[in-house]
Design a protein around this ligand. Structure first.
Ligand SMILES: NC(=O)c1ccc[n+]([C@@H]2O[C@H](COP(=O)([O-])OP(=O)(O)OC[C@H]3O[C@@H](n4cnc5c(N)ncnc54)[C@H](O)[C@@H]3O)[C@@H](O)[C@H]2O)c1
Ligand SMILES: O=c1ccn([C@@H]2O[C@H](COP(=O)(O)OP(=O)(O)O[C@H]3O[C@H](CO)[C@@H](O)[C@H](O)[C@H]3O)[C@@H](O)[C@H]2O)c(=O)[nH]1
Length: 318
């Protein structure tokens, strides 16, 4: 297929883009390089340096489907400057949908997020758990989920919103390289890499077994396989006019301290920690139930935390 991959110069888009190329698809990457890197664009993919708001210049009827990763995704920034999130993530996506409709491209896989659920009372979180986001980042992603539901019914779009929990790991030369880096695993790995003396632990008084926040970590390679399955589903006759939401997580939660311990084991280095106040907006526990995508599309994660940390470490050492 000929596929448009928005955000394909970023972390997850470059990994999944390379998996799509490996699966034999023709990939065109559209990325504004807001947070991405041109050298991360998958080999043999065509690169268009443009924003998704300019999608009308790129999308034509030769495309079979779009995988939409491009977004701003820093929670703290979204609280301080919410307008950036509404313009980029919501208005930008509406422009992309306009361009797809005009070109009659009717298949879409979208990067949604666990942040759409806010601070849920239940664990694990299913797709039926009420989505009550607590920051503009999560709100912007939920707004797009709703836009896709309407677009599917009104205009025959086949769309899947994949709600990622915490993504980690790397695939070959594609991995996580953000500046500033806010994610836990790369930040912990910076200690054995000699790039920082200690890692901050944000919040030690959560109602969890060791007092630190619990998250569901998923290997980016497993995440990518889910995209290929979702893409296949959008091509089935029944999918036209339907929008589905699937959680993507492992179903297992690890605390911040357990992640630090995994980094110590994998790297063989001591990792000093500094206890800090809770980070604003962080829920105590986010663990996914991914039973729905397992039942519908046969997806199951194959890598655990150890492999995630190992692959992220190998990537960081490159
Ligand atoms: N990393 C995670 O754990 C996680 C969890 C849940 C959801 N997500 C979602 O997955 C997607 C990818 O995340 P990531 O971690 O790879 O982030 P990233 O910042 O590495 O990649 C995003 C890419 O999109 C590009 N981009 C941003 N706005 C754009 C625009 N208007 N037009 C064109 N390109 C634009 C950036 O330059 C970057 O290359 C995002 O939609 C994010 O919200 C990520
Ligand atoms: O240096 C650090 C970095 C993070 N944390 C903590 O580690 C946990 C995980 O943080 P992080 O890796 O930043 O991920 P989240 O804040 O859980 O957010 C990620 O996972 C969400 C889904 O669960 C997605 O919606 C977001 O886009 C994605 O950034 C949180 O409790 C943080 O407070 C630390 O203690 N020290």
């Amino acid at each position: 297929m000929k596929l448009l991959v928005t955000g394909g110069a970023g972390y997850i888009g470059s990994v999944v883009g390379s998996q799509l190329v490996a699966a034999g698809h023709e990939v065109v990457v559209v990325d504004s390089l807001l947070t991405g890197h041109e050298e991360a664009v998958p080999d043999s993919a065509r690169f268009v340096h443009a924003g998704i708001d300019e999608a009308a210049d790129v999308v034509d009827s030769s495309f079979d489907a779009v995988l939409h990763f491009a977004a701003r995704s820093l929670v703290g920034q979204s609280v301080a400057e919410p307008e950036l999130y509404w313009w980029n993530n919501v208005v930008g996506t509406l422009r992309l949908l306009d361009a797809m409709r005009a070109a009659d491209v009717r298949r879409l896989v979208f990067s949604s997020t666990a942040a759409t659920y806010g601070r849920p009372e239940v664990s694990p979180i299913t797709e039926d758990t009420p989505a009550v986001p607590i920051n503009p980042y999560g709100q912007s992603k939920l707004a797009v989920d709703h836009a896709l539901a309407g677009e599917a019914v009104a205009h025959g779009l086949a769309a899947v919103s994949l709600r990622y929990f915490n993504v980690g790991g790397a695939l070959g030369r594609h991995g996580e390289r953000h500046d500033p880096e806010t994610h836990l695993i790369p930040n912990v790995l910076m200690v054995p890499a000699g790039r920082r003396a200690a890692v901050d632990v944000f919040g030690t008084d959560y109602p969890t077994p060791d007092g630190t926040a619990v998250r569901d970590y998923l290997h980016v390679e497993d995440l990518g396989r889910a995209h290929l399955l979702a893409l296949d589903w959008t091509g089935t006759g029944a999918a036209s006019g339907e929008h589905r939401v699937y959680n993507l997580g492992s179903g297992t939660g690890y605390s911040v301290r357990e992640v630090v311990e995994a980094v110590r084991r994998v790297t063989g280095h001591p990792v000093p920690t500094t206890d800090r106040e809770r980070r604003a907006g962080d829920p105590p526990v986010l663990v996914a139930s991914a039973d729905r995508i397992a039942a519908d599309l046969g997806w199951r994660p194959e890598h655990g935390l150890e492999q995630i940390v190992e692959d992220a470490w190998t990537f960081m050492q490159r």
